[in-house]
Write a protein that binds this ligand. Structure first.
Ligand code: S3P
Length: 186
């Protein structure tokens, strides 16, 4: 049976590309009977073109502006929110994330992710090839940022998606007990 989420609880998923934010987010949203807001999809819809085109025609900075705007709009809503891997790259986004717990980091190693996304042309940051090196570089910069904003860290590895979902649900149950209906941390 689906359980309604308490008011104020809008879990936000963060993590490197390929960590399963959209797919696990979809399952989580279904289970909680909430909509899923996928920031990448929101950006593509608003821009009217795919992410590689935005990067190529307008540059990464323009993409990051769109991403911040999408994050602002999404965080006001009662939903599961799947972010793009680079959401933590702006201090303003980090501040927004910290104001909107719970944030869940799907933590996966660059080696694990490289196997999943190598050759994916829809991800401009790895389009030049050398996926593993690029992911290692991103992990070095971003892991500390994900850690800083996360209320819960889920180590991904070879875990089945159903197991990942169960762990997140167990965390959310504890979280609800801790914060009550406010959805805010102490
Ligand atoms: C990016 C990750 C992508 C997308 C864009 C930039 C990044 O999202 O937002 O290509 O900077 O890591 P996913 O993490 O959903 O692949």
């Amino acid at each position: 049976m689906k359980k309604r989420h308490k008011v104020g609880m809008s879990p936000v998923l963060v993590g490197l590309m390929g960590s399963g934010k959209s797919s696990i987010g979809r399952r989580l949203a279904r289970h909680l009977d909430l909509p899923l807001i996928d920031l990448d999809e929101m950006i593509v819809e608003r821009a009217g073109c795919a992410i590689p085109e935005i990067f190529a025609n307008q540059g990464e900075d323009a993409f990051r502006d769109m991403e911040t705007e999408a994050l602002r709009d999404a965080l006001g809503r009662h939903a599961v929110i799947a972010t793009g891997g680079g959401i933590v790259m702006r201090a303003g986004n980090m501040a927004l994330l910290r104001q909107h717990p719970p944030v869940i980091w799907l933590k996966a190693s660059p080696e694990f992710l490289a196997q999943r996304i190598d050759g994916d042309l829809n991800r401009p940051l790895i389009a030049a090839g050398d996926t593993l090196n690029k992911l290692q570089e991103l992990a070095r910069v971003r892991y500390p940022l994900y850690e800083e904003c996360a209320d819960f860290i889920l180590p991904r590895g070879d875990m089945e998606k159903s197991e990942a979902l169960a762990e997140i649900l167990a965390f959310l149950k504890e979280w609800r007990k801790r914060v009550g209906n406010s959805g805010k941390k102490d």
